[in-house]
Write a new protein. Structure first.
Length: 144
């Protein structure tokens, strides 16, 4: 895991923020479980506030305020926290987590595409397709 850092203006001073650029599997699972509502499987809902809070809790390693409790983070100036989130989201966009989750849920695109490929309707060991018999009568003729 890589630690990145950047500076923010916090209470009039330049302060260093450090964060991890990757989560371990358990943290990723927790993030998805707590920020995606599957009440209606056809319309999953994203709890964006929960996602943002969990990302901050799991990735922040150094800040000029306590980072191990969401209450401490929520009490910080919105401008500062949003600036921190902007940097973190460059490495950990929500779409990446949802993409991984959807692949697990729906299968990979390769699997889905192969399910849509046509299949032979004639068994391989047959003599081939049978021709439909057609009437030898000319069209428009009537039976008496």
């Amino acid at each position: 895991m890589v630690i990145k850092s950047f500076q923010v203006c916090y209470k009039g001073n330049k302060e260093t923020i450090e964060y991890e650029t990757e989560l371990n599997f358990g943290e990723t699972e927790e993030l998805v479980n707590k920020s995606v509502d599957l009440g209606d499987i056809n319309k999953p809902r994203i709890k964006l506030g929960d996602f943002r809070s969990l990302i901050l809790l799991r990735t922040l390693k150094k800040a000029p305020f306590p980072t191990t409790n969401i209450a401490h983070i929520r009490n910080q100036p919105s401008k500062v926290v949003n600036e921190i989130l902007d940097h973190i989201m460059e490495d950990m966009p929500l779409a990446d987590f949802l993409g991984d989750w959807m692949t697990s849920f729906m299968g990979s695109q390769v699997e889905n595409e192969s399910a849509l490929e046509p299949t032979d309707t004639v068994p391989l060991d047959s003599d081939g397709p049978k021709k439909k018999q057609t009437s030898t009568k000319p069209s428009g003729s009537k039976n008496s």
